[in-house]
Design a protein around this ligand. Sequence first.
Ligand SMILES: NC(=O)c1ccc[n+]([C@@H]2O[C@H](COP(=O)([O-])OP(=O)(O)OC[C@H]3O[C@@H](n4cnc5c(N)ncnc54)[C@H](OP(=O)(O)O)[C@@H]3O)[C@@H](O)[C@H]2O)c1
Length: 262
Amino acid sequence: MLKIGFIGTGNMATALIRAIKTDKKYVIIASNKSNSKINKAKKELKIKTTNNKDLVKKSNIIFLCVKPKDMSEVLREIKSSVRNKIIVSIAAGIKISSIEKIIGKNRKIVRVMPNINCVVGEMAAAYSVNKNIKRNDKNIINKILNKAGIALEIDENRMDAVTALSGSGPAFVAYLINNFTNSSIKYGLSKDVAYKLAIQTFFGTSKLLKETKIKPEELIKMVSSKKGTTVAGLEQFKKLKINQIIEKTIKASYKRSKELGK
Ligand SMILES: NC(=O)c1ccc[n+]([C@@H]2O[C@H](COP(=O)([O-])OP(=O)(O)OC[C@H]3O[C@@H](n4cnc5c(N)ncnc54)[C@H](OP(=O)(O)O)[C@@H]3O)[C@@H](O)[C@H]2O)c1
């Protein structure tokens, strides 16, 4: 049995725990600063709880799910007992080298950039590892993270791009869904109907692309008949240069992530 400890039982940790604990081979234990949140996690998730130090002693893998500003305090608290354990940080913008500075270069460290969609088991995450993480450790981490969605390994110097795409992405997609909904209301749909259709269209299109070999360009062709409604709409995308808007969106988010990581 693998023992996985979660330090910090806020939004992200709770979502990850909920997804991971569906696999009975993982034993989960958690700790948190305030009693109210740990009691809530204990009750809702039906997991054992303890303090940070005891959690580290009892776990093989330790997920650090505190805010970036609280990370150094937690690392200093646990550093003496993390030998041979896998430390997994989900804190946005905290580099592996910064973690190594506090707990040592010879410790096993994984840095994950998750996204909010882990709440429904559809996380799009990327992770990077330091040199002490061996193939077997990586397989274990991969399996754990994939319980909450997908997780792909990348070079750490690409993490800002991941932050822009899948970290901030749920907000960009939600923004689009809102606008598709509001624009359709103008032509007689009720808010409720427009919203449900918009969500299902984004969801269904993603599912179609994910589950078939159809490429986005092919799908566009499949839906576009000559002089038809889709072509009329897509012409506006081209005329208003939607591609440039999206390019600028990702660039701004990427640049901000780089600035915050300094
Ligand atoms: N939310 C997202 O979409 C998202 C996406 C990617 C990455 N992340 C990363 O995920 C991490 C967690 O985010 P979140 O949204 O889940 O934050 P959150 O809800 O605020 O959870 C953080 C938890 O850490 C606890 N904590 C603080 N100091 C602690 C300590 N010394 N020992 C034990 N627990 C401590 C807090 O407890 P108290 O409340 O009692 O102080 C809180 O429950 C962040 O580092 C963030 O960068 C979040």
